[in-house]
Design a protein around this ligand. Structure first.
Ligand code: ZN
Length: 119
């Protein structure tokens, strides 16, 4: 089994990668950025074609920000010493699950709402 330190390292790398990705999405090519210049300089007809790209970028950004939140949360749990403990049942999360999903907060059993209800 790998050490928790290694998982923490992976999470920190993931966080850096996500931040870089979010930056890349946020700093879209100049033509997608509404600037004062483009607003007054371009035909209004151009605005329509950019909207779709803009929406795609926003959806991707939202997805990445959501992931970053999970990674941040996992790292916070490291600080608090609760990393690898299931939020629902308080049992240790199996290492294989953490390997596959380092920011998991519940064990496989508690992941499904039906299992929670059956308890
Ligand atoms: Zn559990």
């Amino acid at each position: 089994m790998r050490s928790l330190d290694e998982l923490k390292l992976r999470l920190e790398e993931e966080r850096q990668r996500l931040r870089a990705d979010i930056d890349a999405v946020a700093k879209r090519p100049a033509e997608y950025r509404p600037t004062v210049e483009s607003y007054y300089g371009n035909h209004l007809a151009d605005a329509g074609t950019d909207t779709f790209e803009e929406e795609k970028a926003l959806a991707l950004e939202a997805h990445l920000v959501g992931l970053l939140g999970k990674v941040d949360e996992a790292l916070r749990r490291f600080e608090q010493g609760t990393y690898g403990i299931c939020e629902e049942c308080g049992q240790p999360i199996p290492p294989e699950r953490l390997e596959a999903l380092p920011y998991a907060t519940t064990c496989l059993k508690c992941r499904q709402p039906t299992a929670r209800r059956a308890r």
